[in-house]
Write a protein that binds this ligand. Structure first.
Ligand SMILES: [Fe+2]
Length: 225
C-alpha cells in the first residue's frame, strides 16, 4: 500500500503554530501560585463578539500577539509597554487543562477598546494594538500572549478581560488586574473582591528586557474541577 503523504496543516493552524513559537516566554518567569478558583466577573460592554470580529473594520488579525497588527501588507506596532503574558490553566484538583480556548481583550493606551461601542473605527484607536486575541492551551495547560501592560480608562483601574471555554467547565468570564497597581484601591470591582480572589486575579509583573518586552508575567488560572 503506498504511503500516504502527510496532510498539510490548515493555514489557520500554521499561523497559530508560528505565533506560539514567536511568543515563547523568557526563561526567568516563575509561576505564581493561585489556589482560589477564578471568580466570575462581568464581561463588560466591550467584548468583541465573533460576528463583529469577522466582519468589522478590524477583521483578520486576532492572534495571540496583540502588539502587532497586520493590515493591507503593513504591520503596525502597539504603543505602550509590551508584556509577555503566560497563563496556565488547571482545575481545582490540580489537573492541567489542555485544549481550552482563551480570549483576552483590553483597551489601548488611549483608553479605547476595539469595539463599535467605543473605538468603532481605525481612526479612534491605536492602530498598532489588536485589542483582542485568542489562544488555545497546550503542553500542560499553557497559553502565551504578547500584549501591552493594561492601561487605565475613566473609572477603571488597569485590567485585562478574560474568557475561557472548555467542555470540562463550560465558559468562564473574568478580569485580570495588576497586582500592586495604585489604581486598584479605587476600582469598584476590585474593591468587592476578597483577598484570595485578588490573588487569583492579580498579575505579578516582572521586568523584562528581551525582544522589546518591558514586562513579563506568568499566572495560574484555576477553574472548577
Ligand atoms: Fe474593561
Amino acid at each position: 500500500m503506498p504511503a500516504t503523504p502527510p496532510r498539510p496543516l490548515p493555514r489557520r493552524r500554521l499561523v497559530l503554530a508560528a505565533g506560539a513559537a514567536a511568543l515563547a516566554l523568557p526563561r526567568l518567569v516563575l509561576a505564581a501560585p493561585a489556589a482560589t478558583v477564578l471568580p466570575p466577573m462581568a464581561e463588560g460592554p466591550f467584548y468583541p463578539r465573533p460576528d463583529w470580529r469577522a466582519g468589522g473594520p478590524f477583521s483578520g488579525d486576532w492572534d495571540a500577539d496583540l502588539t502587532r497588527v497586520q493590515r493591507g501588507g503593513r504591520v503596525r506596532v502597539a504603543t505602550g509597554e509590551h508584556l509577555a503574558l503566560g497563563l496556565q490553566l488547571r482545575d481545582s484538583a490540580g489537573r492541567a487543562i489542555d485544549g481550552a480556548q482563551v480570549e483576552i481583550w483590553q483597551c489601548d493606551t488611549r483608553g479605547r477598546y476595539r469595539h463599535p461601542r467605543d473605538g468603532g473605527t481605525p481612526a479612534d484607536v491605536d492602530e498598532g494594538f489588536q485589542g483582542y486575541g485568542e489562544a488555545r492551551t497546550a503542553g500542560g495547560g499553557d497559553a502565551s500572549f504578547r500584549t501591552i501592560r493594561p492601561a487605565p480608562y475613566l473609572g477603571r483601574t488597569p485590567h485585562i478581560h478574560l474568557k475561557l471555554r472548555h467542555p470540562s467547565f463550560g465558559e468562564l468570564t473574568s478580569q485580570l488586574f495588576v497586582d500592586g497597581d495604585a489604581g486598584n484601591a479605587g476600582d469598584f470591582l476590585w474593591r468587592r473582591l476578597a483577598a484570595a480572589e485578588r490573588q487569583a486575579l492579580g498579575l505579578k509583573l516582572q521586568p523584562a528586557s528581551e525582544g522589546g518586552l518591558r514586562w513579563q508575567a506568568r499566572h495560574t488560572l484555576v477553574v472548577p474541577a
